[in-house]
Design a protein. Sequence first.
Length: 364
Amino acid sequence: MKNKITNVTNKLALTISLLSLGICPAQEFEFTDLFPQKEGVSCYRIPSIVTAPNGDLISAIDERIPSCADLRDNNNINIVSRRSSDNGKSWTSIERLVDYPLGQSASDPSMIVDRITNTIFMFFNYMDLEHESQVYYLKYIKSEDNGISWSEPVDITKQISPAQWHKDFKFITSGRGIQTRKGTLVHTLVNLDHGLHLFKSEDHGDTWQWIDTPLIPGNESKVVELSDGSWMVNCRLNRKGHRQIYISKDEGKTWASRADYSLVDPGCNAGIIRFPDEKSSLEKGILLFVNANHKTLRKNLTLKISKDDGETWSAEKTIYKGPAAYAALSLLENGDLGIIFEKDDYTQNSFVRLPKDQILSLLE
C-alpha cells in the first residue's frame, strides 16, 4: 500500500511540475477518429467493431445525412465501414455498405462472426419513412471474405419477432452478438413495450428463431457466454444509475435477474466480451466491460475487469475522462483490446488500443 501511495504522489508531483513549465503530459492512449466529420454528413453514430476470421478489424457505423436524429425521425441513414489489416494502425477509406434511396434508412449496425463457417453477419434496423413510417424491419447483410464484399440485405423480421409486433418500436441492439462454444449464434432484440428478447441461429444463419422469454426491464444489451456455458445479458437501464444482469443456464428458456450497482451507468449502450487468458488458473472466466462510468452523464469511459464471470469487478482503467457515449470492443489478432466509442459529444468515433500486457497487469 505504501508503494502505491508513493507512486501516486510521485506522478502527481511530476504532473504539477510539467504544468508549471507549460508542458502538458502526454496522454496515455492514442485516439484515432475513424469517421471524421465531413461536409454533407450531419454525424456518424452508433459504432460497432469485430475481428474477422483472418484477423482484420471491421468497424461499422451509422452515416446520418440530414440530421443526427435516430432512425424513426431520419429519412437518410446509411451504414458505412472501414477495415484494418494491421491491428488498427491504419484503415481503409470509408465505404458505404447499406445505402437505400432517400426516404429509407438503415441504422444501428451490429455484427456476429461465425468462426466455423468464417461468415460475418452485420445486422441493422430498417424503416421506409415514405410509405410505412411506423414499421421497423430487422435485416442483415453477410460477408464470406472477411468484410471485403457483402451480400444484399436479408429480412428476418418475421423469423425473430411475432406478427403482433408489426408496428411496435423494436430494434436489434447495436454493437455485437456472440457465437457460443456449441456454435449457436445469439443476439439481443428490444421491444420497449414488451421487453428484451434474444434470438438465435443453430444452423449458421440459414434460419433464425426468436426466444419467447421477455427480460423486463430491458433496453440495449449485450450477451456473453460464461465459463460454465450459461448466457449472461448485461442490460442498459434508463435513469437508474446502474446496469441490470440476467443469467440463463438453459439457453434462454428461464432467467435469473439482479441489479449490478458496481457497474455504474447513465443509461447508455456498453460493451462486454470474454478475455481468453490461457495461462490463468482461475476457476471462472475473465470478462472485459467498457462503458460511460457515471450515474447521470455520458462521460468517463472506463474498462472494468471481472475474474469471476461478472459476479464482481476487481479492477478498472479509465480510458477517457471526457464526454463518452456508445462503446464497442473486440480482441485483436495480436491479443490487444480494441475499443471504439463516441467521443466529445458525438463529434468523434475514436478507436483506441490497450496492449494485452496492460490488461494482464490489471489481473494481478
